[in-house]
Structures are given as structure tokens and as C-alpha cells.
Design a protein around this ligand. Sequence first.
Ligand code: ADP
Ligand code: ASP
Ligand code: MG
Length: 420
Amino acid sequence: MALIVQKYGGTSVADPERMRNVARHIAATRAAGHDLVVVVSAMGKATDNLMQLAHQVSANPPSREMDMLLTTGERISMALLCMALHDAGVEAVSFTGSQVGIITDTVHTKAKILEVKGDRVRAAINDKKVAVVAGFQGISTAKEITTLGRGGSDTTAVALAAALQADSCEIYTDVTGVFTADPRVVRQARKVAVLQFDEMLEMAGAGSKVLALRSVEFARNHDVPIHVRSSFTWEEGTWVVGRHHERMKNMEEPVISGVVQDASESKITILGVPDRPGVSADIFEALAKANVNVDMIVQNTSTAGTTDISFTVPKADVATAEPVMSRVAKQLNAGAVTHDDGIAKVSLVGAGMKTSPGVAAKMFRVLADNGVNIEMISTSTIRVSVVVRAAMMQTAVQALHTAFGLDSGDDYAAPLPERK
Ligand code: ADP
Ligand code: ASP
Ligand code: MG
């Protein structure tokens, strides 16, 4: 008998029929003798729809109210799933993030989990009930309702699994696992059987949204095995585990395990920045203070004592970052601040890269041969990322997937579920 945390994403609970399907699977898991905690996302595109609604009533919705609004999406799912479970003969009880003691910092719309108390979930398990927890939300140290950033239900699930010392955390979604590229972009993408935490961490960090970055951080720090799988086919999916986990035994370390694309960032450039010590510190301290996540940074070579500094930030943070940068630019006596929405990031990730020279060189050659211009570059020991024009993203991902030998023989067999 195991303790399993199961998380169901938006498409998995998108309508009443899918909700009842999920309830049947939960009933079967219980019947097999396992203890179970369930985390749910908002139904289908509910979160997107709520965000749209907010922007229809306000040009710049206050982030506290945004969190109040967005958390209702998961609240609807948890209650409906409990009703469906009741009909499936499973005793279940729903909880908000705040009720189960998911304590976060005070940064609205992208709060970090500081602690998971989980007392009510433990009590439910002891009572042989299934706890159904609303994902993506918590309560801050200032007793305010917070959300954990887009895709944050994954983080709720893994954080709960860590706190409860669950045997595994199953992430149910609309694809059958983690693929060598987004199967919606590359039809020849292959499902990966096992990935190391470090590889998944780099893939998530590079923008692959199949798992939220912070969920993978939790999994690695607390050694929680993650099983990414489909709630449409229920087949065995992809395991994400530590390097020494028994599932890793006899697995060779691929040079490249995946190609990741990300069109969710914009590039901000400050022109004519004086080239002297402390300037970068001023710029990036101001952004950090405004809770803007900076990804890639490039500083041009200095001409006539000034330089241009470019960096990428999530598109959602541009509205916050730009006025901050205009203020800092003025203080520094720099020139104009511009932003460019037409960029995309393409990354290669693979643990075997460490010991296999020439990956970056080959990547740049393949991109050149396909007419893709590189605007920015960044690397880690197991990742190479480039920024290209968004219009060239698909070409770049396809070409790299083929050139690095990742293409499967046949097209992705089952048609992917439509996203409502
Ligand atoms: P959920 O609502 O279940 O959380 P998400 O949309 O957050 O689902 O994540 C699943 C989606 O992630 C898939 O539909 C797929 O298009 C996308 N995706 C991106 N990269 C990958 C990848 N490497 N492997 C599998 N899916 C990926
Ligand atoms: N509903 C939230 C979102 O759409 C959280 C999640 O689905 O994980 O981002
Ligand atoms: Mg998700």
C-alpha cells in the first residue's frame, strides 16, 4: 500500500464527463488499496478566462484582487470533483490551499511556498477519506490569499507529496508523458521513459510548461519521484527521479534529452548605458526589488564609453519592468528603454552534454543552415539556449530535433486532445 498524490491539470477536469472519468480512476486507485491525496487545477481555460475578465474591468488589476479572483477557478474544480467522487462511492473532502496550510511569501500572483502544514490532509487520510486540494494557491504570512504563478498546481502537488512523504506524485495531463519536444510543435517527438531531476529542471527552466519549474525544484530537494502521465489514456508515462534512483539504473545518459521552446518572454533593451562599475547592479537590483524575473542578459561591447544592455523577462512582467527601467535609465543618464515582443527562446537540454563537446557549435551550425539568426546565447553545464525571432521558432525546434537524432520513426500515434 502506497501514499500517492495525484494532480489533475485543466484539460483533465475540463468538463463534467472528464471530471467523472477522473473520479472513476480515483475510485480504482482507492480500490487497489492506496491512500490518496488529489490536487486539482481550474477547469479547462478557466484561469485564462478569469484573467481576461479582470483586464476587461481594469487596465491594471491589483495583484491582491487578481489572486482572490484566480483562486476561485481551483475552488470550483475541487468541489465538483468531490461531488463526482461521492457518486462514485468514494468518501472525499475538498480543501482550499489555505485550509491545508500552504503558507507562502507575500508576493501576489507568483508567491513561493514557505511551508506546508498539511494537518487536515493527514486527518483526512487517517479517516480513510480522499482529500481533494485546490492547486495553485496558498495563504501568505500576512494572511492574504496568494497564487503560485501559472502552472502552480504542479507545485502544490509536489510540495504536498514532499510534506506527506508520499511514495510518488502523479501529474495527470493531456499528453502521455514528457517528450523530446512539445508534441504539439514536433509531431516526431518521442516520449522519454525516465528523466533526471536536473534535466527536467533545465527543461522547465527553459520554458517547457509540461511541469512548473518550482514543482521540479521541490521534487529534487525532497527526492519525490514524479510520474507525468495522461488522464486520457492512463498509460505508463515518464518518470522524473534522482540520478541514483533504481529507475535510472542501466539507462544511458543521452547527450540531448530534449528541445524546448518558449515564446513567453520579451526582450528589454536600455540604450547608451554609461560603462562604469555598479551600473548593472543598479539595473538588476531595481528589477529584483520589483519581483521581476530576469532570464538572459547581454551587454554589448562598449563604444565611446557607453554600452547597450538587453535582457529577457516574462511578457507578463513587461508592464512592471518598463517604468522601473525608465526611472533607472534616467538616474544613470542612459538613453531610451525599448522592448521587443517578437522573440522566442530555443534550448537544448541533456545531462550527457557535460562530457560531449561540440553541442553548442553543432546547434549554431544547424540554425545557420536553416536561416535562423541568433540574437542572444546562454548556457549551463547541461543546456544551451538561444534567442531567435519568434517567427523562426518552429523552424529552429524542428531542425534541431532532427539534427540531434531525436525524431521518432512515426508520427505521434494518438491525436492530442483539443484544449478547450
Ligand atoms: P495541464 O493543464 O495538465 O497542467 P499544461 O498545458 O500545463 O497541462 O502542460 C501540458 C502541455 O505541455 C502539453 O499539452 C504539451 O503541449 C506541453 N508540452 C511542452 N513541452 C512538452 C514536452 N517536452 N513534453 C510533453 N508536453 C510538453
Ligand atoms: N489554473 C492555474 C493556471 O492555469 C494553475 C494550474 O493549472 O496549474 O495556471
Ligand atoms: Mg500545467
